[in-house]
Design a protein around this ligand. Structure first.
Ligand SMILES: [Zn+2]
Ligand SMILES: [Zn+2]
Length: 208
């Protein structure tokens, strides 16, 4: 999170996963021409802070998404260790929306509505399920998500004892932010303000 501001308009709905979600890195080329003797300084300046580090990884996770609209990646982190990860897609072994289409797409359901029509699980849910399957305690952990969670995920995350949510792209689900706020979950808009109130207004006005 060095220079570029992310936020509204950063996460347009995508019909097909072209893998471009990984192209949003705010950093320039990895290889740079540097004067001899200054390599060490340059390497240090390229070193990401923790939020950047985990968000970069979440974006890589999102590339595995099979959703026709958004490619979302989520990490559950505690004590700066990644405990679990997830991306949005159908349950394991089942055919994906990418393969057979999605009712929400076919019916033109607006973003943030009628989640039950889609066979996919959300990234946040898949990360939490992964933790449950392997018996990993996540109480007090932090979520890193490429997009703002929806209200279904928010309720689950609150009851899982999540302390903080760092998200990047916005999503038109103001109730999710309201519940997080009411539950005392710290919300951080990566690349934006940490004010939940500001993000609340953002989500209300954002129309993908
Ligand atoms: Zn779907
Ligand atoms: Zn969700």
């Amino acid at each position: 999170m060095k220079s570029k501001t992310y936020g509204a308009g950063e996460a347009p709905e995508k019909r097909f996963d072209s893998g471009k979600s990984a192209d949003r890195s705010p950093r320039g080329p990895v290889r740079q021409q540097v004067p001899s003797g200054s390599q060490e300084t340059c390497a240090v300046s390229r070193r990401p802070d923790w939020d950047q580090y985990f968000m970069d990884i979440a974006r890589v996770v999102a590339r595995r998404s099979t959703c026709l609209r958004r490619n979302v990646g989520a990490l559950i982190v505690k004590d700066r260790r990644i405990l679990a990860s997830g991306y949005n897609g159908a349950p394991a072994g089942l055919r994906h929306c990418l393969d057979i289409g999605c009712l929400r797409e076919q019916r033109g359901v607006p973003a943030g509505e009628r989640h039950e029509l889609c066979r996919g699980l959300h990234a946040e849910q898949n990360a939490l399920i992964q933790a449950a399957v392997y018996g990993i305690a996540i109480q007090g952990a932090v979520y890193y998500v490429t997009h703002q969670p929806c209200v279904l995920c928010a309720k689950i995350m609150i009851n899982a004892g999540i302390r903080k949510v760092v998200f990047q792209g916005v999503y038109p689900d103001p109730l999710a932010l309201k519940l997080f706020e009411e539950a005392g979950v710290v919300l951080v808009h990566f690349g934006g303000s940490s004010s939940a109130k500001k993000e609340h207004r953002l989500a209300e006005t954002e129309q993908p």
